[in-house]
Design a protein around this ligand. Structure first.
Ligand SMILES: [Zn+2]
Length: 300
């Protein structure tokens, strides 16, 4: 029998308070503004909690501007405007991920997090393409290049597409495939919210792992039972929208339910979504609970 390796991970963001006024003062004093301490805080919490696949915590910017600020063709205002062809101009999150690599032990794995092309397109005002599919595929091509650059430093790339829960376009598989096909890195697709109506499409996505909010929406277990597949699953196991810290017993019971539904297809456990909206001490307590429950069910 082959040993199973189920890892604990995060979805992306982590609540580190970045003192804006301090950064502004450094900037105007001509000093090099360093993001290193904030990334170190986020990664320090994740590793102290025992998490095995960590992210950079997305401390630098909200998850839309984080990408559009560094892409050609995008003008960041209250909402980003697409004013020309979307062009990849070099690493977006690559520097932050390299900082993470230097911070963690060789045995700690890293997930690089991309905001998905459909969510980027839907969050911007398109003044150039005047065509949702073309604009989305423009973002997808840029993200393909970012994923390729990240693959030198990360163990997994996660595409975060919350918008798919509201609307799943006919070209969703095509857009995700632009990023994932030919990638040397395992790919995870995270879609939060109620995805029960689109499970039949999700199981056919060109990725290796699907990640959802199973703790907030346990009915997703029933929805997935109707569509057996070979897709690996990342089980959201602590809520990201509720400050109550789950007990280890509660999360163990949740993971055992996931085992009944998915069996060996469970490859990862994580919070339901990014933890940006939680107080830091709550986010940390939830990660620690997640790790303890994971060790009860799958070992350390
Ligand atoms: Zn999410």
């Amino acid at each position: 029998m082959t040993a199973r390796c189920v890892t604990s991970s995060v979805v992306g963001s982590y609540p580190i308070v970045v003192p804006g006024s301090e950064l502004m003062a450094q900037y105007f004093a001509g000093e090099n503004v360093s993001w290193y301490p904030y990334i170190a805080d986020a990664v320090g919490d994740m590793t102290e909690a025992g998490i095995e696949v960590v992210s950079d915590g997305q401390t630098r910017d909200p998850f839309i501007q984080l990408f559009t600020r560094r892409l050609g063709g995008c003008r960041v205002r209250a909402r980003t405007e697409v004013v020309g062809p979307i062009v990849y101009r070099g690493g977006i999150t690559v520097d932050d991920v390299q900082v993470v690599r230097r911070l963690v032990s060789p045995s700690t794995k890293i997930v690089g997090v991309l905001t998905g092309p459909f969510t980027l397109m839907k969050s911007c005002i398109d003044l150039f393409y005047h065509d949702e599919r073309a604009c989305c595929l423009g973002f997808a091509e840029a993200l393909r290049q970012e994923a390729a650059a990240l693959s030198w430093f990360v163990d997994e790339v996660s595409i975060d597409e919350p918008w798919f829960a509201n609307e799943l376009p006919a070209y969703a598989e095509e857009a995700i495939g632009v990023i994932s096909e030919g990638s040397s890195c395992p790919m995870r697709l995270h879609v939060c919210g109620d995805v029960s109506r689109i499970v039949h499409r999700l199981v056919g996505m060109p990725v290796d792992v699907l990640s959802h909010e199973f703790k907030a929406s346990p009915k997703l277990f029933d929805a997935y039972l109707q569509y057996p597949s070979e897709m690996g699953m990342c089980i959201g196991s602590v809520r990201s929208d509720d400050v109550r810290v789950e007990s280890v017993e509660e999360v163990v019971a949740h993971l055992r339910r996931a085992e009944e539904v998915f069996g060996r297809r469970v490859v990862q456990v994580a919070p339901d979504c990014g933890q940006r909206m939680l107080p830091r001490e709550v986010a940390f307590a939830k990660l620690r609970c997640l790790q303890q429950a994971k060790e009860v069910v799958y070992g350390g």
